[in-house]
Design a protein around this ligand. Structure first.
Ligand SMILES: [Zn+2]
Length: 74
């Protein structure tokens, strides 16, 4: 019984470790990708269209209907 608990804890630690590594690389690659692109993606709240603006912005005007939208959070 104790051996099973040890094995379970070991598996959980391994899983947490891999999850941590995966999250770290995912976040790092995403940040690097964002810097390289220097573009901000928006989704229009009025017409639902996706569009991008040059630079890192908090607000972007929809080219389809003129609605101001906050940038997408990933
Ligand atoms: Zn729009």
């Amino acid at each position: 019984m104790a051996l099973q608990v040890v094995a379970l804890v070991y598996c959980l630690i391994l899983a947490a470790l891999f999850l941590g590594i995966w999250l770290y690389y995912d976040h790092r690659d995403h940040a690097r990708f964002e810097i390289e692109r220097r573009k901000t993606t928006f989704r229009c709240a009025r017409c639902g269209k996706l569009y991008a603006a040059q630079g890192v912005l908090d607000l972007g005007t929809c080219p389809h209907c003129g609605q101001e939208n906050a940038r997408l959070q990933f």
